[in-house]
Design a protein around this ligand. Structure first.
Ligand SMILES: NC(=O)C1=CN([C@@H]2O[C@H](COP(=O)(O)OP(=O)(O)OC[C@H]3O[C@@H](n4cnc5c(N)ncnc54)[C@H](OP(=O)(O)O)[C@@H]3O)[C@@H](O)[C@H]2O)C=CC1
Ligand SMILES: O=C1CO[C@H](CO)[C@@H](O)[C@@H]1O
Length: 316
């Protein structure tokens, strides 16, 4: 199977990337190098993961070690949620990563926040996130388009947008590009989002492809919310046993076999390698159907938020 997807706007995007959220800075440099050694050419990173220097060091070490060119790697930092913030934060990310451009830059979320300074990535006031209620998605998108014109981002996209918000940007965009990144895995398959993107030939990137076990612990602690454990799902385990692969490989193959891009996070070298090793087996139609039937709709989300008083809040 092809390990990358061809995009309608030209170019190709690797189907498996390395996620970097919650990867400690003292482990992520090695994780990035292990991923590039294993064949990854797509790294998902963000300003507010507070580890971009260490991610950039991993990329540089690998380039020096192998003599390969920069053009072989996909790097995706994200943040730019308010008018005026896009160019400023992209340049900050580039400085931290020590790169001249990124292959894809995403608006991290449709909801802006107001920090007291640039390091205040989760600004709190009176115990609540300090939201920017004036978020103007079209104005932000126009600035994103400028990043492409300036050559600082080869392509641009959005994250955590609903189908309605995607449509809004789709209608107003200049040129064909728009690459969404959303939570998507066997327990939360977002059929409407998939249908919209398929009908416009848009490639989706699925975050939390393993159900985000780390987030699950946080969600349960913070919100007393019972988030199902995807890696332990009996159907997933049965398919894994039949195929002689791991549960994680089944979940990733389920996504890439549908043409979805997946960005599993790991700092464990053996898992990093195994998560990329999904090209030598294929799931049968019956197995695909069994996995499709695991969709729990919105109750299968691992990522929920309490920002419901913001005008751009659009989650079931
Ligand atoms: N745009 C956005 O708002 C968001 C983007 N993302 C991006 O998506 C990435 C992936 O999502 P994430 O929430 O990290 O969740 P994932 O579904 O990728 O799960 C990551 C967790 O699974 C563990 N893990 C990885 N591989 C295996 C394996 N083979 N077997 C068992 N456990 C495994 C990791 O542990 P360990 O590291 O210890 O191996 C880690 O705890 C993020 O890192 C981030 O880059 C995520 C959330 C939101
Ligand atoms: O991408 C991310 C992962 O999820 C977090 C929420 O728990 C976000 O805050 C962060 O920006």
């Amino acid at each position: 199977m092809d390990t990358a997807v061809t995009l309608r706007c030209g170019g190709r995007m690797p189907l498996i990337g390395l996620g970097c959220w919650q990867s400690p800075p003292d482990q992520v440099t090695q994780a990035v190098e292990a991923a590039l050694d294993a064949g990854y050419r797509h790294i998902d990173t963000a300003y507010n993961y507070l580890n971009e220097e260490a991610v950039g060091a991993g990329i540089r070490n690998w380039l020096e070690k192998t003599g390969k060119s920069r053009g072989e790697i996909f790097v995706l930092p994200m943040i730019g949620m308010y008018e005026g913030g896009v160019e400023k934060f992209l340049k900050k990310s580039l400085e931290k990563l020590q790169l001249g451009y990124v292959d894809l830059y995403l608006v991290h979320a449709p909801i802006g926040m107001k920090g007291k300074d640039d390091n205040d990535v989760f600004p709190m006031v009176d115990g609540k996130l300090n939201l920017d209620y004036a978020t103007d998605l079209i104005a932000v998108w126009k600035e994103m388009e400028k990043m492409k014109t300036l050559g600082l981002a080869r392509s641009i996209g959005v994250s955590n947008f609903s189908v309605k918000q995607l449509r809004k940007i789709w209608r107003r965009r200049q040129g064909p590009a728009l690459r969404p990144q959303v939570e998507l895995h066997a327990h939360f398959q977002q059929p409407d989002m998939q249908e919209f993107c398929k009908s416009h030939n848009i490639a989706i990137t699925a975050y939390a492809p393993l159900g985000s076990p780390g987030r699950r612990q946080m969600a349960q602690l913070r919100f007393s919310q019972a988030v199902p454990e995807l890696l332990e799902d009996p159907v997933v385990r049965l398919v894994a046993e039949r195929q002689g692969v791991t549960a994680a490989q089944v979940l990733l193959r389920f996504l890439v076999q549908q043409g979805l891009i997946a960005i599993p996070k790991s700092v464990t070298p053996s898992r990093i390698a195994a998560n990329f090793d999904v090209w030598n087996f294929s799931l049968t139609d019956t197995e695909m159907a069994a996995l499709r039937s695991l969709d729990k709709g919105p109750s299968g989300r691992s990522f929920t938020t309490k920002m419901s008083d913001h005008p751009e809040f659009d989650m079931e």
